[in-house]
Design a protein around this ligand. Structure first.
Ligand code: IPD
Ligand code: CA
Ligand code: CA
Length: 256
């Protein structure tokens, strides 16, 4: 990367995310404090809060003029206002609690609403995905990705959207080899980057897609609402991350 200022932020982001992954691994066998947020299946642990607080403290110390949009405790800054870090301290908290696997730490950096950096750590596989919207890497390997035809591919889905045929997603499933539902947006994005799934369809908040959207962009991928309109980085929205040249795939899918 040529931009020295951004490169400093990238190295900072990679370090704080890796440190967070190490912290989570070190506390994997702890007795977790688990709380319900909106419903019995919407859970948060003490480690979500601890990781978020630690990363926010480091951002504020290192880049005091930057802003933060983060999942826990209502840390909400408008994505379009200045330099904004977008943080999901543990993505896939339910997996973290139940499986101790398939969870991620995600951090993105946006300037006036434009994605500049994306970092996803697949904690248990120790794979750090990082990029600047022009190139993306897994650890030290530069990624190459060319989407195969849908008919030769799998798709990543939200189980709820699949079973309710939201946006015609159940219908779309008949045009591909099958569907997979992992329970972590971050891991789904790493699966796009590794060529394991063609696209991802889910009901997401900004911290769920901010890093992934930057990481898949170099490969002709786009992240939009299901009807093709742009994301607003406000509340939850039904989101698709798919090859840009397939953006009408759902609207052109016939019901079965
Ligand atoms: C959740 C996961 C899940 C997705 C949910 C997200 P969290 O994030 O990414 O896969 O379906 O919509 O909220 O709450 O575990 O950070
Ligand atoms: Ca989370
Ligand atoms: Ca999340």
């Amino acid at each position: 990367m040529n931009d020295k200022r951004l490169n400093t932020k990238l190295e900072f982001a990679k370090t704080v995310v890796r440190d967070a992954g190490d912290y989570l691994k070190a506390h994997l066998a702890d007795d977790l404090e688990i709380s319900e947020k909106t419903h019995f299946d919407d859970l948060v642990t003490n480690l979500d809060g601890e990781v978020q607080d630690a990363i926010i403290a480091k951002i504020q110390e290192t880049f005091p003029d930057d802003h933060i949009l983060a999942e826990e405790n209502d840390v909400r800054h408008d994505i379009n206002d200045g330099n904004v870090w977008v943080l999901d301290p543990i993505d896939g908290t339910t997996n973290f609690i139940v499986q101790k696997d398939n969870f991620a730490v995600m951090l993105a950096y946006y300037e006036s609403g434009v994605g500049k950096l994306g970092i996803i750590l697949d904690v248990m596989n120790d794979n750090l995905y990082w990029g600047d919207g022009k190139t993306s890497y897994r650890n030290s390997t530069e990624l190459q990705l060319t989407a195969k035809p849908l008919a030769q591919s799998l798709i990543g889905v939200s189980a709820y959207m699949y079973r309710t045929n939201a946006g015609g997603l159940f219908d779309l499933s008949h045009q591909c080899l099958g569907v997979r539902a992992i329970g972590s947006a971050g891991i789904e994005y790493t699966n796009i980057l590794d060529g394991k799934i063609w696209g991802y369809f889910s009901n997401l908040s900004p911290w769920d897609y901010a890093a992934g959207a930057v990481l898949i962009a170099p490969f002709g991928y786009t992240t939009l609402q299901l009807d093709g309109s742009p994301l607003d980085f406000q509340g939850r929205q039904m989101v698709m991350s798919i090859p840009e040249n397939q953006r009408t795939v759902l609207s052109e899918t016939k019901s079965i």
